[in-house]
Design a protein around this ligand. Structure first.
Ligand SMILES: [Zn+2]
Length: 168
């Protein structure tokens, strides 16, 4: 899933209980794996150039090169768009506290950040998390699968609108 989708969904989860940031953080983090298991577009495989992808799980690495600079820009823009969109929808539209929105967006994106650290340093204690993360992935290269991410974001919008009405 794109970081944009992860940020919006993570922020939405954290915004459900704005008075409990710790639960929000855990919920946002967990939401990453929940939606990674929905069939989605293989954005990493298609957009990123520096990741070597051997077939054995948890054996990927990142090559330091011009490709890595390219990937930093792609990932950075995706992440930034995620924070902006999450803030626009959940803080701007639905009035959730901004720090909760940003915390949830961060937590939702965090597993992919940890994955990146794993690619570089390969610490042994991270192997179970990485294996789990790779095993639940349901990735497809057909661009139509981006529609599923758009659908997820629409669900957040719809639930937010419903919630805003019910609170009135
Ligand atoms: Zn992921």
């Amino acid at each position: 899933m794109t970081l944009t989708t992860h940020a919006i969904v993570g922020a939405a989860v954290a915004s459900v209980i704005p008075s409990h940031p710790v639960i929000g953080f855990i919920g946002g983090f967990a939401s990453h794996f929940a939606i990674d298991s929905i069939p989605h577009w293989a954005e990493g495989e298609i957009l990123l150039r520096s990741v070597d992808r051997p077939k054995t799980p948890a054996s990927r690495t990142v090559r330091a090169s011009k490709d890595l600079a390219h990937d930093f820009v792609v990932v950075g823009l995706d992440s930034l768009l995620g924070f902006l969109a999450a803030a626009a929808i959940l803080w701007g539209l639905f009035g959730a506290p901004l720090y909760i929105v940003l915390l949830g967006a961060f937590a939702g994106q965090l597993p992919d950040g940890l994955q990146f650290l794993y690619f570089i340093f390969k610490p042994r204690f991270m192997v179970p998390l990485q294996t789990f993360h790779e095993r639940i992935q349901e990735e497809h290269t057909n661009i139509a699968y981006l529609g599923i991410e758009a659908g997820l974001i629409l669900v957040v919008l719809a639930l937010g609108i419903l919630g805003a009405f019910m609170l009135k």
